[in-house]
Design a protein around this ligand. Structure first.
Ligand code: COA
Length: 187
């Protein structure tokens, strides 16, 4: 089990654990078609949002397949404005004596009203620093619909390297689309 040191703080943001009170604000952006546009699945229903928050509240971060999901709010302005997620992927190294190293994936979503201020980039930087510097991740990647320019711009601002594009690797909302992969490694 890895202990996540909630909350993380940045210059303008607090990244904390989700709580039941986040449901309405979470649903308000998760129900929007523009939020779901480049993600698997459609806009989320209220019940789907309830289930996801229930999971976020209790999820352990204990091994491959687990997610740590951070609720993002502005410092001094309580109220959910988005989320950052870190997934622990299969792979990595469990070397005896040399210590374990992990590989993971990062993702982000902001409510429309919170976009355009650099909040996702700022929050993602904090989660990447946590993963690489404190949680023993050797590599963290971001996988995104290659058409998702706003998300690619976050990766570029974070200094993640664009490793390639998998052509027509995803079938999203009735059409094939390509997946771009960005990554940062410890070195
Ligand atoms: C992806 C997503 C989070 C990007 O949001 P975003 O607001 O563009 O990203 P940031 O919060 O990092 O903000 C960057 C913008 O703020 C501007 N900005 C303003 N002040 C800034 C600051 N202090 N620092 C950095 N950027 C700043 C940047 O110029 C940029 O705007 P631009 O694109 O017009 O140049 C958002 O589009 C989203 O939630 N989409 C739906 C879900 C989704 O697709 N998630 C990604 C799955 S891979």
């Amino acid at each position: 089990m890895v202990e996540i040191p909630y909350p993380l703080t940045t210059e303008r943001l607090v990244l904390r654990r989700f709580c039941a009170d986040d449901l309405d604000a979470y649903y308000a952006y998760q129900r929007l078609p523009e939020t779901a546009r480049y993600l698997y699945g459609g806009p989320r229903s209220y019940v789907q949002c309830m289930a996801r928050i229930a999971k976020y509240v209790e999820d352990p971060f204990a091994g491959p397949g687990d997610w740590a999901t951070f609720a993002v709010e502005r410092a001094g302005l309580p109220g959910l404005v988005g989320e950052l997620a870190l997934k622990w992927n299969p792979g990595g190294r469990t070397g005896d004596g040399d210590g374990a190293e992990r590989v993971g994936e990062i993702g982000w979503t902001l409510a429309p009203g919170a976009q355009g201020h650099g909040y996702a980039t700022e929050a993602a930087r904090a989660v990447l620093d946590l993963a690489i510097d404190h949680l023993g991740f050797h590599r963290v990647e971001a996988r995104l619909d290659a058409r998702n320019g706003a998300s690619a711009a976050i990766c570029e601002r974070l200094g993640m390297r664009r490793e390639g594009v998998l052509r027509d690797n995803m079938y999203l909302k009735g059409e094939w689309t390509s997946e771009a992969i960005y990554a940062v490694v410890r070195s």
